[in-house]
Design a protein around this ligand. Sequence first.
Ligand SMILES: Cc1cc2nc3c(=O)[nH]c(=O)nc-3n(C[C@H](O)[C@H](O)[C@H](O)COP(=O)(O)O)c2cc1C
Length: 398
Amino acid sequence: MYKPVKLTPDVYYVGVNDRRTHLFENMWPIDRGVAYNSYVIDDEKVALIDSVEIAQVEKYLKKIKAVIGERPIDYLVVNHMEPDHGGSIDIIKKMYPDIQIVGNKKTLPMLEGYFGISDNTVEVKEGDSLNLGKHTLQFYMVPMVHWPETMVTYETSEQIVFSADAFGTFGTLDGGIFDDEFDFEYYRDEMRRYYSNIVGKYGSPVQKALSKLAGLDIKMIASTHGPIWKNHIQKVIGMYDRWSKFETEEGVVLAYASMYGNTEEMAEAVARELAENGIKHIRLYDVSKTHASYILSDIFKYKGVILASPTYCNELHPNMESLTTKLRHMGVKNHYLGILGSYSWAGAAVKKLNAIAEELKWEVVGESVEEKHALKADKYQECINLGKAMADKLKADR
Ligand SMILES: Cc1cc2nc3c(=O)[nH]c(=O)nc-3n(C[C@H](O)[C@H](O)[C@H](O)COP(=O)(O)O)c2cc1C
């Protein structure tokens, strides 16, 4: 029933789309869904590259059968064990009891731990090859892109990199599967949001992985999420290179928490001054309304950040606490930071935000502003001064 989707005459896409899940990792909103990609290489030996999330296994198995019919699968290559890809391993093993599961020394204990599978496994090391007939697979370890066992598989005759989560995006494949079948812009922001939310912490492992890929001739990148890249290979490698080096553009993300509007007023004063001083990319977010997922994504894009919070029970407002916790967990680097706060009897927010800046090694720009009660003329002026200082700092980098 399924019309097979070919990457090349013998290599097929057998992935599925998920438009039902609201939160990826039960945390990150996926309004445009997500695709779980898997691939079949139909050769003398049949290899399946990665699998899909368990909820879609029925459809997935039908897609596999549409390619290979009743032939058995010889190998399942597990590039990444996370359940959105590894989730169907157990069922595939039951359907194809003689299948050999290919992983590295960190994959195999996970396979046993999650599924109790320890037989018919093939352990591969960096640079090892597996011949399927006309096709040969080579394995490259890319630990922490995005789990310790993650590896990428390179098919040498077709020059396809099966890249696990690397170069993935949020967003389902809505008809178009290859990057020449849709408008790239449709995925650009979702790709950065995926990177920043899921892979963002691992800038230096991504850099190591990119240097391994640099030695390969690549005709296609087939990731586990989102489009198959063939026309935009250099573009997506360039994007990953910049993001993993925490390189940013001129612009400012202002993220504020505010219950009664005082902190918001301060953030708006800064934003206006940024605009008056020629900063074109200004993104102003209420952290209680916009999910941190989107704010993080913009922080990966823009160099300037303003964080603004009222003091709440001697702490940051909990929703600002949540955003800053994510920034700390991700170890986001290389930003200019302006700090604003509001309080009623004993301010703590500005001090806490300064401590976070120190931990993240972000450069604090201008004087932090902390107002008691309503915003008054002197502190309003300080907000303006901070906006000007941030604009000047950014413009000095032009
Ligand atoms: C639940 C709650 C807890 C608060 N805790 C503190 C506090 O520990 N110290 C303080 O100085 N002000 C505290 N405040 C007062 C707020 O920080 C102050 O009203 C601030 O101006 C609110 O800013 P906003 O209008 O942006 O929400 C608290 C307010 C609320 C509602």
